[in-house]
Design a protein around this ligand. Structure first.
Ligand code: SF4
Length: 114
């Protein structure tokens, strides 16, 4: 996976607002919105880390949060890897319950999975 950053923080949006959450920000975006606040997630000048799905899963496990937000950029540009990651972690649970995933997409790519 092409990874911009991973971090643990408080979810600021949606129904999980206020909950501790692990964020995975993936590289690249197919749009260039003028109001974008994450321009560091795309473009030729940007450095990103290439990691296996298992390495990303390990990093998310170590954060210890039940909630995971996969964002970008446009995370569905790496839909196959995102699906694999969700598949791996969905077989596991945390002390707080099973993992729950939120994919922050710009809506221009249809997820090839449910
Ligand atoms: S879709 Fe999101 S990440 Fe992509 S350019 Fe627009 S605001 Fe930025």
């Amino acid at each position: 996976m092409n990874v911009i950053e991973r971090f643990s923080s408080i979810e600021g949006e949606g129904t999980r607002q206020g909950s501790l959450c692990s964020f995975l920000r993936l590289y690249d975006c197919n749009l260039r919105c003028v109001y974008c606040d994450t321009t560091y997630s795309y473009g030729d000048e940007v450095d990103y880390e290439v990691q296996s799905v298992e390495d990303v899963a390990d990093a998310l496990r170590q954060m210890g949060n039940r909630y995971i937000t996969i964002t970008g950029g446009e995370p569905l540009l790496q839909a196959d890897e995102v699906e694999q990651l969700i598949d791996v972690l969905s077989r596991e649970t945390t002390p707080f319950g099973p993992y729950e995933f939120n994919i922050e997409t710009n809506g221009s790519i249809i997820a090839p999975f449910q």
